[in-house]
Design a protein around this ligand. Structure first.
Ligand code: ZN
Length: 109
């Protein structure tokens, strides 16, 4: 799962996004970015904990409401399937594709 940090969550107005396969990789990129773009030579502990808290898994639902709608839709699909077990992820992705298609194709550059 790719980890993503949006600098905007910590520095509002900044559109930078750091990505990596681990939290450490994301933090390393974010630190590099903070140094060059925000003139932060070292990241203070309080900012660092804020940054750690702002790291998300890519593909995570954008909002609790959306996640709830996806959950409800996924359950509908599960019922339509005749409550067959073992397809939860398929149902989830299907529901996600219907309700939040833009997430999958979001430009991340
Ligand atoms: Zn930034």
């Amino acid at each position: 799962m790719t980890k993503v940090l949006k600098c905007n969550d910590v520095n509002p107005g900044c559109s930078f996004e750091a990505q990596g396969s681990t939290e450490d990789e994301v933090l390393k990129k974010a630190a590099e970015h903070a140094k060059t773009a925000h003139n932060m030579r070292a990241i203070p502990a309080d900012v660092l904990s804020k940054v750690r808290g702002a790291i998300r898994d890519q593909g995570e639902a954008a909002s609790p409401e959306l996640e709830e709608r996806i959950r409800v839709r996924a359950y509908e699909l599960y019922e339509q399937r005749g409550k067959q077990d073992g397809h939860d992820l398929d149902d989830w992705f299907q529901a996600e594709a219907e309700l939040a298609p833009q997430k999958r194709f979001r430009a991340t550059a």
